[in-house]
Design a protein around this ligand. Structure first.
Ligand code: BG6
Ligand code: MG
Length: 221
């Protein structure tokens, strides 16, 4: 195991909840049903793809011009940014800070592979930026999750082979991306949400360097 590539929202901090709330407000304003089960499909995918799925759910795909859609996505992002402006280092999920410290001390590469254009801001708010050897620039990625491109770019940025990487995700699209990249996939959530993951943890509190190395060695044996 030479590198660990992290998703952000829902893995490092619980901003997946804020995405849910911000989309929920927009969906309510548009009269579109919105719940946690449907929200699972939005995890890991881009802002515009999320909006398209929400509008399709309300049979409103044809009801808005591209300009209107741009305005709706901006409205969601404004609400999301209002919510994340209050993020502090105390919002780092359990086990993550100690895992980052262990990885750093062991000389294992650390990268961020987030679909969010707000990722760098959130890492700064959490005071975690210094742990990351690479934060993949999502604006330079052509194919979003479930395509493996963002994880492959993270590995390339670190100068390691994908087969030597562990990816950690809370989204079905993210697990597919990690496996498509040929990496070991750790899912955070329930086994039914994390289909295809090599191991699933219910909480980030279960993650540690020794735990990851043990499972990774077992997998590559
Ligand atoms: C991902 C989230 O990390 O980022 C998605 O899981 C979100 O829910 C996507 O849509 C894009 O985020 P942003 O901040 O650019 O709208
Ligand atoms: Mg996520």
């Amino acid at each position: 195991m030479k590198a660990v590539i992290f998703d952000l929202d829902g893995v490092i901090t619980d901003t997946a909840e804020y995405h849910f709330q911000a989309w929920g407000s927009l969906a309510a304003a548009l009269g579109i049903p919105f719940d946690r089960e449907f929200n699972e499909q939005l995890k890991g995918i881009s802002r515009t793809e999320s909006l398209d799925k929400i509008l399709a759910r309300g049979n409103l795909s044809e009801a808005y011009t591209d300009e209107d859609k741009q305005e709706l996505a901006t409205r969601k992002n404004a609400e999301y940014q209002r919510l994340i402006s209050a993020v502090t280092p105390s919002d780092v999920l359990p086990g993550i800070k100690s895992l980052l410290t262990e990885l750093h001390d062991a000389g294992i590469g650390i990268a961020l592979a987030s679909a969010s254009k707000n990722a760098a801001f959130i890492l700064d708010r959490l005071e975690l930026t210094r742990y990351f050897d690479s934060v993949v620039d999502v604006t330079a990625i052509r194919h979003g999750k479930p395509d493996p491109e963002i994880f492959l770019t993270g590995a390339a940025n670190l100068g390691v082979q994908p087969a030597d990487c562990v990816g950690i995700e809370d989204a079905q699209a993210g697990i597919q991306a990690i496996k498509g990249a040929g990496m070991f996939a750790v899912g955070v959530g329930t086994p039914s949400q994390m289909q295809g993951a090599d191991i699933v943890v219910a909480s980030t509190a279960e993650l540690s360097l020794s735990m990851l190395e043990e499972h990774f060695c077992e997998f590559t044996k």
